[in-house]
Design a protein around this ligand. Structure first.
Ligand SMILES: *[C@@H]1O[C@H](CO)[C@@H](O)[C@H](O)[C@H]1NC(C)=O
Ligand SMILES: *[C@@H]1O[C@H](CO)[C@@H](O)[C@H](O)[C@H]1NC(C)=O
Ligand SMILES: *[C@@H]1O[C@H](CO)[C@@H](O)[C@H](O)[C@H]1NC(C)=O
Ligand SMILES: *[C@@H]1O[C@H](CO)[C@@H](O)[C@H](O)[C@H]1NC(C)=O
Length: 317
């Protein structure tokens, strides 16, 4: 009798883990944590009011999380004595605002202990960040699990700002993401700030044949060179990603078509006809951009991993 119960529990848990790994749903916590969306939204809103860089940081965190081992919260894990985690990978990853996820997790643990995954919190917080910045909103499918593995050198698998078009397409397609997803998700650069190191290659002569990238609008290049001199000592110097860096709008594309894109990977979107046409389409229509962005971030957010529901987002259970 006891054995039968144990055996059927094993079967149930196997089925659950199969289902969990593949099917996310908007109502996933309807019975177990009905206020999950509201709880996360409240915490993100409060944090964004205290620090205007929080929304861009949380959107970037979701992207980073999903690109390495799927959206599994691996980006949140602390290093341990025996393991250097993603968080402590190459310095130019420079993610921040982890405390916002911690606060949301604390509130969720008080409301519905042990139920909501950290990976779902990041996905919700990214949605809230875009909506709070004046962008679109969408329903977030939930049910992701938190991974137990986080390896510093895997941050090498993120597409760096120096990538050209074919490298970007390869990186995205390895994750099942299309050219359209690449162009739409690049629009996330409408929020935030970039350090000089991420675009130095376009404004100073290193190994390249040019001093300033000829594709860059000259006045824009001159102002970046002033902010980021060749032997730049100011560690935190850099530029906002578009002139309305706290507003989620299509200004990123408008500037890109004027030669005012910041990264090699931004400029690269103009080097392929199909991609260039999309850039122009999004520059002309905020609505078209928003529609495409929501579709692509949902697709990216469905790259799930396997795992558990952590109790503290920084440590495996
Ligand atoms: C994780 O690392 C942060 C920053 O180093 C530290 O403040 C925090 O206490 C750590 N948390 C855990 C649970 O180890
Ligand atoms: C990370 O380091 C390990 C061990 O040194 C190596 O086998 C692996 O290929 C590296 N991964 C990446 C993405 O560089
Ligand atoms: C992109 O960069 C890779 C690696 O440096 C290079 O092999 C490739 O030819 C480049 N592609 C284009 C279109 O420039
Ligand atoms: C990222 O950081 C590494 C190590 O500090 C540096 O070698 C590399 O040039 C940086 N890359 C970019 C694109 O800033």
């Amino acid at each position: 009798m006891g054995d039968v119960i144990v055996a059927s529990l094993v079967i149930v848990s196997l089925l659950v883990s199969l289902v969990d790994a593949h099917a996310l749903s908007v109502d996933y916590y309807a019975k177990t944590c009905p206020d999950v969306d509201a709880i996360v939204a409240k915490v993100v809103k409060k944090a964004a009011m205290g620090d205007s860089t929080v929304p861009s940081a949380l959107l970037r965190m979701h992207f980073h999380d999903c690109f390495i081992r799927g959206c599994d919260g691996s980006v949140l894990l602390n290093s341990t004595k025996t393991n250097k985690a993603e968080k402590d990978g190459t310095p130019n990853i420079s993610l921040h605002a982890f405390y916002v996820i911690d606060h949301a997790k604390e509130e969720l643990e008080a409301a519905c202990p042990g139920v909501v995954s950290c990976a779902d919190i990041i996905a919700l917080a990214a949605r809230d960040s875009v909506a709070l910045s004046g962008g679109p909103s969408w329903e977030v499918p939930k049910g992701r699990k938190d991974g137990r593995i986080s390896i510093a050198n895997e941050t090498k698998l993120l597409p760096p700002p120096t990538f050209n078009f074919s490298q970007l397409i390869q990186s995205f397609s390895q994750r099942g993401l299309s050219l359209q997803d690449l162009v739409a998700l690049s629009g996330g650069h409408t929020l935030g700030f970039a350090h000089c190191s991420s675009f130095q290659n376009r404004i100073h002569k290193f190994n390249s044949s040019f001093d300033v990238d000829p594709a860059m609008e000259p006045q824009f290049a001159a102002s970046l060179r002033q902010t980021c001199p060749i032997h730049n000592k100011a560690r935190n110097a850099g530029s906002i990603m578009d002139p309305t860096a706290t507003v989620f709008d299509n200004m990123y594309y408008k500037h890109l078509v004027q030669g005012r894109g910041l990264f090699t990977s931004d400029q690269a979107l103009l080097s392929n006809l199909e991609s260039k046409n999309l850039v122009h389409k999004f520059a002309e229509s905020q609505e078209a951009f928003e529609k495409a962005f929501v579709k692509s971030i949902l697709k990216m957010g469905s790259l799930v991993g396997e795992g558990e529901v952590r109790l503290d987002c920084r440590v495996v259970r």
